[in-house]
Design a protein around this ligand. Structure first.
Ligand SMILES: Nc1ncnc2c1ncn2[C@@H]1O[C@H](COP(=O)(O)OP(=O)(O)O)[C@@H](O)[C@H]1O
Ligand SMILES: [Mg+2]
Length: 383
């Protein structure tokens, strides 16, 4: 596994977990159930193994393409293609000796799941065009017999809408000669999603090309949507920003023990990450430049102050717009970085659009981010 791409919360999971007993993971499991019920989500009997196809594996989830069937009382049925994200209860490609306390690992995974559900069920975000839609929830025990051992356990899963084009990283690789206006529109989508998220007081916490998905509508138009909120910071309290090493902003780069940041500083970390995503998308085609940015954009930006010189390698049509955007995002000083609304307005102006933006967010809406104490403690053997 590429350690540069592994979210830091997992790379350092031994040192970051609370001391807790083996069974304490039942508490976040109860919170997950509570949150889903509170949001009025449907609990689904997931598709059986015949209809599941593994499409990707991340650090938190195994991701399957599936067909969900809904049976009516009159014997008719409907179906839809969607994505099933099964929470990992076993780490991927990591020696299990590093995780002697399985309960701790499950606890951390379930906490990530609770975050994902809390963010995806905030009403303003639930139906936002640039945030992936959560459809239903369920448990692995409901997946039937015709599946592998992992799936037969009580692992929670989420059903989400399918992004037919996969992650933005995959999409860009499949469309190496995408024109500038299409790229601009995709990042306008990303900025609009990030603006909505930030307006709700949520810091994404791990924004990268792999956590942006690309959908295609019936008219063939591509839309970028934010995904993977398992590392999000869902309240305005001070917190550390973990993220992924390759995307570390200069204020965090090379620091072993991550400092506690105020909310505004955390938002600024997301904005740096957006800058890195755009830079990666722009230089993706230029293999020499891309190779030199393989490991740490922050280090390279700091080593070479002249970002414009780097960007001058880009074709002229890309240079003007993106120089302005990147200079305002990849600022060494966090408080000088543009916010998501500012980037969205800038891209709107270039595109001649007025993307609706989320205004001040009502407190009752934000209560969705306050995960209630569990009153559904699950007992019995869930393995
Ligand atoms: N709704 C979706 N449609 C298509 N592909 C998806 C979808 N959700 C996730 N993926 C793929 O699975 C990968 C991992 O999913 P993600 O939600 O980021 O989990 P993790 O937290 O484990 O990284 C993504 O990078 C993407 O390639
Ligand atoms: Mg991910």
């Amino acid at each position: 596994m590429d350690l540069w791409s592994l979210p830091l919360s997992l790379a350092h999971s031994n040192s970051t977990q609370n001391a807790c007993g083996d069974n304490d993971w039942a508490v976040p499991l109860g919170r997950y159930i509570n949150q889903c019920i509170k949001a009025g989500l449907n609990r689904t009997e997931a598709p059986n193994g015949d209809r599941l196809r593994l499409i990707s594996e991340g650090a938190t989830f195994r991701v399957y393409r599936c067909r969900e069937m809904t049976y009516e009382h009159d014997g008719t049925h409907t179906s839809r293609i969607c994505v099933l994200k099964l929470l990992r209860f076993r780490p991927r490609g990591v020696d299990t000796d590093r995780f002697p306390n399985d309960g701790r690992y499950r606890h951390a995974q379930l906490e990530s799941l609770v975050k994902e559900v809390s963010v995806l069920t905030v009403p303003t975000l639930q139906h936002h065009e640039n945030i992936i839609q959560l459809l239903a929830y369920g448990f692995g025990t409901e997946l039937g017999d015709n599946v592998d051992e992992d799936l037969r356990s009580a692992q929670p899963f989420l059903l989400v809408e399918l992004a037919t084009q996969g992650s933005m990283r995959e999409f860009l690789a499949a469309h190496p000669s995408m024109d500038n206006s299409d790229l601009r529109d995709l990042f306008l989508d990303v900025s609009s999603g990030l603006e909505a998220l930030h307006a709700c007081g949520v810091v994404h916490g791990d924004l990268k090309l792999d956590n942006i998905l690309v959908c295609q509508d019936s008219r063939g138009r591509f839309t970028a949507k934010l995904s993977d909120f398992s590392h999000s910071i869902t309240s305005k309290v001070e917190s550390t920003y973990l993220g992924t090493e390759k995307y570390m902003p200069p204020e965090l780069f090379g620091i072993q023990v991550k400092p506690i940041f105020q909310h505004e500083q955390l938002l600024a970390c997301d904005m740096w990450c957006l800058g890195v995503c755009i830079f990666e998308a722009l230089v993706g085609k230029d293999s020499d430049t891309a190779a030199s940015w393989q490991h740490s954009p922050a280090e390279l930006i700091l080593d070479d102050d002249d970002l414009v010189a780097k960007l001058s390698l880009l074709p002229v049509d890309r240079f003007n717009l993106w120089t302005k955007v990147l200079q305002s995002l990849l600022h060494t000083e966090p408080m000088q970085r543009a916010n998501a609304r500012c980037i969205r307005s800038l891209l709107d102006a270039e595109a001649g659009k007025v993307t609706p933006s989320v205004g001040a967010v009502d407190d009752s809406i934000l209560s969705f981010l306050e995960v209630s104490a569990p009153n559904l403690i699950v007992s019995g053997n869930l393995d």
